[in-house]
Design a binder for this molecule. Structure first.
Ligand SMILES: Nc1ncnc2c1ncn2[C@@H]1O[C@H](COP(=O)(O)OP(=O)(O)OP(=O)(O)O)[C@@H](O)[C@H]1O
Ligand SMILES: [Mg+2]
Length: 292
């Protein structure tokens, strides 16, 4: 609130500021000065908001550091255990098939560790910082970044299906690397929910469906897994909200939401979508050629 006062003297100004004004202008004033004061106030608000976001992020990290360290210890002890086993295999001359088999958990647990560390770093760094936004053709982008995911999922019996329902390839202003983190997190969550370790032989799917209207682009990431329990839904995007998974940091969806908001978008969740399992819908502003 900026107080415009015709009263002169320090008392009137002090009174105005005490009852809640953020700044004051003595009448008559120049419109230019008013504009400058309004933008100075907006600048201060933005800085305050960033500071308080940062403070709550740091507080959340502080609270959960011991839990995270605890979670990091599990994959680390598996890595050490299986690496020792592999050394024994080599020493006693076991065949390469056996050695490879015992190395498998070393690789997958190391990947798990690396994912968890990336998650904590992403969250700690904050998502709005330094976005490198580029006008990007969404379908082309998705085809490219999803190819390695498709291959990895196929090996687990999960089909990753890309569908474009709008018939055009809309442009979005995205930071290609950070949007990849968003997609990877959502696809990984879907895979973790669907995949039960190979016993389940039914067909398993993850769909990424895009569509657009004049102003927005929608990206729906859905699966045919078990869906999300309704009690988890209200807090699912909060930091450290996690189901009963054995390994997660619970930072994945908090980071996803921060990144989507930083792109000027929104994200919503369906506990049980039409595809059978959970569904997440991202809405991003559509860019036109003119804005490039
Ligand atoms: N597609 C999904 N199907 C079922 N449950 C899901 C799905 N996506 C998320 N969830 C639930 O939401 C929880 C929070 O997900 P989030 O990505 O924030 O953390 P996490 O996956 O537990 O940890 P991390 O991402 O660090 O591995 C998950 O633990 C899981 O219970
Ligand atoms: Mg996750």
């Amino acid at each position: 609130m900026i107080l415009a006062t015709a009263k002169s003297g320090g008392d009137a100004v002090a009174e105005g500021l005490e009852v809640g004004a953020n700044d004051y202008l003595a009448k008559p004033f120049e419109i230019r000065e008013l504009k400058a004061r309004v933008s100075a106030q907006l600048r201060t608000r933005r800085l305050e908001r960033r500071l308080s976001e940062r403070e709550s992020r740091l507080a959340a990290i502080g609270q959960m550091t011991s839990a995270i360290v605890h979670d990091l210890k599990n994959p680390l002890s598996s890595i050490i255990g299986f690496a020792e086993l592999t050394r024994q295999d080599v020493l006693i001359g076991k065949g390469s098939e056996m050695v490879t088999q015992d190395l498998e958990p070393v690789i997958s647990e190391a990947n798990r560790l690396s994912h968890m560390i990336a998650e904590v770093l992403d969250f700690a760094r904050g998502s709005s910082s330094d976005l490198n936004l580029m006008p990007t053709e969404l379908s082309v982008y998705l085809e490219t970044v999803c190819l390695p995911m498709k291959q990895k999922l196929a090996a687990m019996g999960i089909e990753l299906i890309l569908r474009n329902e709008s018939g055009v390839d809309p442009l979005v202003n995205i930071d290609n690397d950070r949007m990849l983190r968003v997609i990877e997190n959502l696809v990984r969550n879907a895979q973790e929910a669907i995949w039960t370790g190979g016993q389940d032989t039914r067909d398993k799917h993850i769909w990424i469906t895009t569509r657009c209207d004049a102003s927005s682009v929608y990206m729906r990431i859905a699966d045919d897994g078990p869906g999300i329990s309704p009690e988890l839904i209200p807090t699912i995007f909060d930091a450290f909200a996690s189901g009963k998974k054995r390994s997660g940091t619970g930072l994945g969806l908090a980071t996803v939401r921060n990144l989507v908001i930083a792109h000027g978008g929104e994200i919503t969740v369906e506990a049980k979508g039409a595809e059978g399992g959970a569904a997440f819908v991202l809405k991003l502003p559509r860019t036109t050629n003119a804005q490039q």
